[in-house]
Design a protein around this ligand. Structure first.
Ligand SMILES: [Zn+2]
Ligand SMILES: [Zn+2]
Length: 373
């Protein structure tokens, strides 16, 4: 039997590289050979045991690769050898939720998130893609893996936080946390024509990137109280839309407190444990505030539109791909990403590269910090 290497979750704090059977596609399924994948804060939470997934699962949900094998029913639309992205969220396109406008919730709450959550994911040499006709998305010619690596999850999620909130031209928007998803929300606010875009974080290099991505004001919460700054810029009212992109209770509360009466909190964080909306910041429950939660939209039509945006060169996400590792060096990669050291934003993982080969691109983080000096 053909095998492949894969990174498997064995329990809190424990991942292992294992030899696994190489998947074979059934009808409507495809196998993609992974050329580049990435680590997400969600993966770090899973590895730490803060967000539960079954033991024995292959992790990872940000796949870029090449179609290796197609199951029955796909040969009219796809060819072996085609470069594709596969969305982090893989809806079936046919169930109650998919047909009622909530494809990310395919089959039930958070059900569209399958890779590295309920089925084997992308931290492997090969990935079995379910509902492939709905999800495989060809990459336009001329785009590199680095240019599209954030499309399957991070770009889709960050922009969705802005789209879900219905940001209008000229609106005041605040984005709490400028990690990769928060930066893509900042970018989304800029693309939608927000008038005021306040980016909040505690790391200077992330605030520098936020400026590049369209923030009009940056707030380092170690130096200034974001709520004081936001009230000062909005006539004391608060912002029309606040995006929470961290997934922690304290950040959620601050973001809700930054929203004007009648405004919207758009939450993108994946929370571990309890999440409460406090009485005061909710206007005693009658402040006409809306709280929206959004799981990253998937499906190939969403991916196609995002790839078109990348191909248009109206945005460049490559400054966020700061580090490259062989998949074999997953522990080093997780340690670096989890510690937020060395200006790390996103770590690219390459299954085909040998262990401990130091890859190009590590200098990019240093270059960004230099730019800020
Ligand atoms: Zn992710
Ligand atoms: Zn469905």
């Amino acid at each position: 039997m053909a095998t492949m290497k894969a990174v498997v979750f064995r329990g809190p704090g424990e991942v292992a590289i294992e030899e696994r059977p190489r998947p074979t596609p059934g009808p409507g399924e495809a196998v993609v050979r992974i050329t580049t994948t990435s680590i997400c804060t969600t993966d770090v939470r899973i590895v730490r045991g803060e967000y539960r997934v079954p033991r024995g699962l292959v992790l990872g949900h940000e796949p870029v690769g090449i179609i290796d094998e197609l199951g029955a029913g796909l040969h009219d639309d796809f060819t072996v050898g085609q470069r594709v992205v596969v969305p982090a969220i893989t809806p079936c396109g046919q169930c109650y939720y998919c047909l009622n406008g909530s494809p990310a919730q395919c089959g039930g709450t958070t059900g569209g998130w399958r890779f590295g959550h309920t089925i084997d994911g992308a931290w492997a040499e090969y990935l079995l893609v379910p509902h492939a006709a709905v999800n495989l998305t060809p990459i336009p010619d001329g785009l590199s893996d680095d240019e599209v690596l954030l499309v399957p999850h991070i770009l889709s999620a960050g922009l969705a936080g802005i789209e879900a909130a219905g940001v209008r031209i000229g609106d005041a928007v605040a984005v709490f946390a400028q990690g990769p998803t928060g930066l893509c929300a900042t970018l989304g606010a800029s693309l939608r024509g927000a008038g005021l875009i306040v980016a909040v974080d505690g790391l200077p290099e992330r605030l520098l990137l936020a400026r590049r991505f369209g923030a009009t004001t940056t707030v380092n919460f170690h130096e200034q109280d974001p709520l004081v700054v936001i009230r000062g810029l909005t006539g004391g009212r608060g912002v029309d839309v606040a995006v929470e992109a961290l997934g922690e209770q304290r950040s959620f509360e601050t973001a809700l407190g930054a929203v004007r009466a009648g405004g919207t909190l758009s939450s993108l964080g994946v929370y571990a444990g309890q999440l409460v909306a406090p009485y005061g910041t909710l206007g005693s429950g009658i402040g006409d505030k809306r709280i929206l939660t959004t799981l990253c939209p998937g499906g190939r039509e969403r991916m196609r539109r995002l790839l078109a945006l990348v191909a248009s060169r109206r945005l460049d996400l490559t400054p966020l791909v700061t580090h490259h590792f062989a998949l074999d060096d997953i522990r080093d990669a997780l340690e670096l990403f989890g510690s937020r050291r060395d200006g790390v934003m996103k770590v690219a993982l390459h299954p085909a590269v040998r262990s401990h080969d130091r890859l190009l691109g590590e200098s990019r983080a240093a270059a960004l910090v230099d730019d800020g000096a």
